[in-house]
Each structure stands twice: as C-alpha cells, then as structure tokens.
Design a protein around this ligand. Structure first.
Ligand code: PEP
Ligand code: MG
Length: 536
C-alpha cells in the first residue's frame, strides 16, 4: 500500500510489451459502467441498442479513416465486421423482445463470445478477446449515454486492459501504458510498439494510486512510483540520449556508412501499403520484408490474385526501382488465418506453417505466385519463401513460380520471373545453407532464436533463453560467410536487426544489410555510423 506521508519510492515489476520510457502522473482508467435505467419499453430498448450499434459503427469508421497503419485498420475492421454480424446481435434483440434491458441483453450476447476467445488455446485468438471487450464497452457506453473516454496527453494510463480504439483515439506524446491483462502479442501492444509508446503488462493496477508520479520503463518492464530526484535525473538523461540517437539517425539521409566508410544497406519491414504513406523511399534502401500474411488476416475471404497484384504493384511503384522483398504467405504459428490454418494444432510453431502450409494449399499459393509474377514487371521485386527447412521445398516453389509465369504468358499477360530467395530461420537450413538453390538469403532471427534455444518466442518466462546467444551469432556468421563466398546477398529481417545494441555484433559477423521496422531506422543508422571495426 502507498505510504503517502513520506512518499516512499516503490518499484513494481511487470513485463515489457513496448520499449521506451515515460514519466508523468498516473491515470487509472475506469471500466465502462452498465446502464442502470430499467424503465423503458421493449420498443425503446430495441431502438436504444440499434442506435448504440450505429453510433459505435460510425465512431469506428471515423477512427479507421485516421488510423494510418495496417495493424490499426485490421483491428477496427474486425470490430466493424462484428457489429454487422447477425450471429452476435440477433440474440441481444431476442432478449430485449423477452423484456431484458438493452445493456444486459448486449452483454449477455457478447460475453460468451469474449469467453470463448479468452479460452482459445491459440495466443493470437486469446489476444483478440481484448478487441471484443473494447467493442462491448463501447456499445455499453453509448447505451449509458456516456461519451468517449478521453485520455489527456502526457499521462501514464493504468487499466485492466486497454481497448485498441481508446489507444487509437489518444494523443500519446510523452505518455505510456500499464496494464494488468494483455500480452506483448496483444493488438494494443503491437500498436504501442509501432507508435513508439512505452507499455508494460502484468501489473496489479488496483494498488496504484491515481495522480501519483510514476516512471514507466518499457525496456525493463518496470514501473517506479514516486521516483526520487536521482531517478528523475537519470530519466531525463536517458530521454535526452534517446532523442539524440533518433536525431542522429534521422539526420543521416541517404546511404548509411560505418565510421570507417563501409556501406551498409538499411531497408524496412512492412505489412501493407498504409505504412508506406508516411515514409520517403529516398531515405531507405528498399523493403527488406513485406509480410504478406497481413493482407490475408482479419477478413472473411482470402484476397484474390487481382487484389494481391494491385497491392504488390503499388508497393513496387512506391519503391521506385529499389528492391522490394515480398515474402510469400507465412501463416500458422502465431499468425492463424481463418479458413486456411488449422485451429488448435499441437505445437503450432513446429507445425504446418510458412511454406509447409503453402505447399499444402496450392490454389492459394498459385494465386499468390501469379500475382507476384505479374507484379515483377513493375519494379525490382524479389520473392522470398518463409520457413524453408530442406532444399526440395525451395525447388518446388521455384518450379511453381516458373509455372505461374508460363501460364500467365500463355494467357497473354505480362509476367516475369523474379529472383527467388529464402528466409533462414530454421536451424536445419542455416546449418546446411550450401545445399539450397536460393538467389538470396534473409535471416529470420525471431524464429531462428526460438528454434535454436527450444524456447518459444511468445513465452515470457523463457525470455532469458529466447535471446540472441553465441549459438545464434555463430549461425548468422556461417550464413553470411557462405552467401558472400558464393556471391549471394544476405540480409537480416528479424527484430534483432532493429536493436541498436546488437548492430555492432551483427556487423562483426559480416552482415551488411539490415531490414528493420520503420521506427528503428534512426537508432540503427546511428549505431552503424558509430561502428569502426570488429568489436568482439
Ligand atoms: C523472423 O522469424 O525473424 C521473421 C522475420 O519472421 P516472422 O517474425 O514474421 O516470423
Ligand atoms: Mg519467421
């Protein structure tokens, strides 16, 4: 409990969900209240729910218009689709017809749905429960006649859970988030990382006093309540250092060089067109990883060949001749896709995912390869295959891509065979890299680390094991060396590439192409500029 008389410093340990630091007053976010009114007629209750659903739909539509990134758009589209889903709303209207008040009828209809997402064995679906709670509370707020929850800027918000729509509607400058629920893979954590908002999860927020000053450390996963003068001084120093690094990085326009003048390519990882609208192609060396599975997620039907072609073509046009590496569908593992991946499979990370799934769903794979072969004429396209384990998988993909190109030509369509490369993220592939007929390699450190350490990338208790070890660096060095000696390019597109503290160690291994999330461009370029030679 807080000892307000002498404001003792308290440290609470949570789990890091988004890096960064923030200092400010704590604001405890209240859960949505239920409408207490009970005196309306059945017709009025019915109309109240109709109005609340319509108001929610409109508000989500407005948020979607301002979202500006693929993750945010996907969450809002999921919620808007649910509002239109009769399977969800019809039971609520039935209960109202039987005399229930609208708010209780709505909760009764949506709560079992939330519970089924919460109980899902798959962490992706569990994380979606928060999107549903957000939707439930939004409609309840409208039914209770409340307006949007407004979060002032510059505060550290503590809550049970953070609805994605509240997150999206908030100005997070200098702020941060502390949650009891949620995980680093929940949608709100993904949004926080992509927008640079520090966040920690797994904190007992009931014992946090509203209004106290808190220091949130999203890197260490800690919250310090009533930090003393020394802690504040360290905070200001760290913040100044971080903004200096960002400044240094962003002021480095054009090609990146090490301190000794060696050229290093820095590309970006993206999930769709939306992210590109905020980026200038002149400031990057291309797209090193386009995770195409995000085009397949959160929708009723899979995207058609034509839809995919239009998106790929526009990305190539954006890049204006710079390389664009499109990775074929990497569904499965922590990225299930409705109608394609198997729910509840044993150990999904070791199951039918990536290329294993594509080779078992040839209709879906062929449509993607045709879209890619068509788009290849519009720019500098490279096609990359995820989760390759044995050479035959890549050979089969090459044959299918060639077939797709031939088929398109026979149909009179313009198409071209792009370079075909592979992700190196399975230890079996890294160890026998000489056996693969790949035009280029890109190391997927996120999966490589978890498979080398036999420690799941989404198991917080094993974070100490699932980290870049000497074994991982040895494998990276082995791949880079082979690629260099055989005249092939290697990049690294896992999160490791975006960690400025690991840049020197990666350069030591001979890596000269990094592909990072746009937010890491500045710090990574600055770390490259500081590098003057082998450090280990
Ligand atoms: C990786 O495994 O490092 C990678 C880039 O792929 P993903 O994170 O999409 O599995
Ligand atoms: Mg991977």
């Amino acid at each position: 409990m807080d000892d307000k008389s002498h404001r003792a410093v308290r440290r609470v340990q949570g789990r890091s969900a988004a890096p960064g630091i923030a200092l400010g007053p704590l604001l405890r976010l209240a859960p949505a209240k239920h409408d207490a009114r009970q005196h309306r007629s059945v017709a009025e209750e019915h109309q109240a729910l109709v109005d609340a659903l319509a108001a929610s739909q409109e508000a989500l539509g407005l948020l979607a218009g301002d979202a500006g990134d693929a993750d945010a758009e996907a969450i809002l589209a999921f919620q808007m689709a649910l509002l239109e889903d009769d399977n969800l709303t019809a039971p609520a209207f039935t209960l109202i017809a039987q005399g229930e008040v609208a708010s209780r009828a709505w909760s009764a209809a949506i709560d079992p749905e939330i519970a089924s997402y919460e109980e899902a064995s798959d962490s992706y679906f569990r994380a979606r429960a928060s999107d549903l709670r957000d939707l439930r509370d939004r409609v309840l707020r409208y039914l209770a006649g409340e307006c949007e929850q407004i979060v002032p800027s510059g505060v550290i918000v503590a809550a049970d859970d953070m609805p994605p729509s509240t997150f999206l509607a908030t100005d997070w400058r200098d702020g941060g988030v502390v949650l009891r629920r949620g995980s680093p893979s929940s949608h709100v954590a993904i949004l926080a990382r992509s927008r640079g908002v520090p966040m920690i999860v797994g904190v007992d927020v009931d014992h946090l006093g509203d209004g106290s000053d808190v220091l949130l450390d999203g890197d260490a996963g800690t919250l310090i309540i009533d930090p003393d003068a020394e802690m504040r001084a360290i905070f200001y120093q760290r913040r100044a250092e971080q903004s200096a690094v960002r400044q240094a990085g962003t002021s480095l326009r054009g090609p990146a060089f090490t301190a000794s003048g060696e050229r290093v390519r820095v590309m970006i990882n993206v999930t769709g067109l939306a992210e590109l609208s905020r980026l200038n192609p002149a400031e990057v060396d291309g797209i090193g990883l386009m995770r195409t599975e995000f085009l397949f997620q959160g929708r009723e039907n899979l995207p058609t060949e034509e839809e995919q072609y239009q998106i790929y073509r526009r990305m190539l046009e954006w890049a204006a001749g710079k390389p664009v590496t499109m990775r074929t569908l990497d569904a499965g593992g922590d990225k299930p896709i409705k109608g394609l991946t198997q729910a509840g499979g044993i150990n999904p990370f070791l199951g039918v995912r990536g290329v294993r799934l594509s080779l078992r769903n040839l209709d879906v794979f062929r449509a993607q390869l045709r879209a890619l072969a068509r788009a290849a004429v519009a720019g500098n396209l490279k096609v990359m295959i995820p989760m390759v384990t044995v050479p035959e998988e890549l050979d089969r993909c090459r044959a299918l891509l060639e077939e797709a190109r031939e088929e398109l030509r026979r149909e009179g369509q313009v198409a071209q065979m792009p370079p075909l490369g592979m992700m190196v993220e399975v230890p079996a592939a890294a160890l026998a890299i000489e056996d693969f007929n790949a035009d280029f390699f890109s190391i997927g450190s996120n999966d490589l680390i978890q498979y080398v350490a036999a420690a799941s990338r989404d198991e917080p208790q094993l974070a100490d094991l699932a980290r870049p070890s000497r074994a991982v660096f040895n494998l990276i060095g082995h791949v880079v060396k082979y690629a260099d000696s055989s005249g092939r390019e290697t990049s690294l597109c896992g999160d490791l590439a975006g960690d400025p503290e690991q840049v020197a160690a990666l350069l030591d291994q001979g890596l000269r192409t990094f592909s990072v999330v746009p937010g890491a461009l500045g710090p990574v370029r600055a770390a490259i500029a500081r590098y003057s030679g082998v450090t280990a």
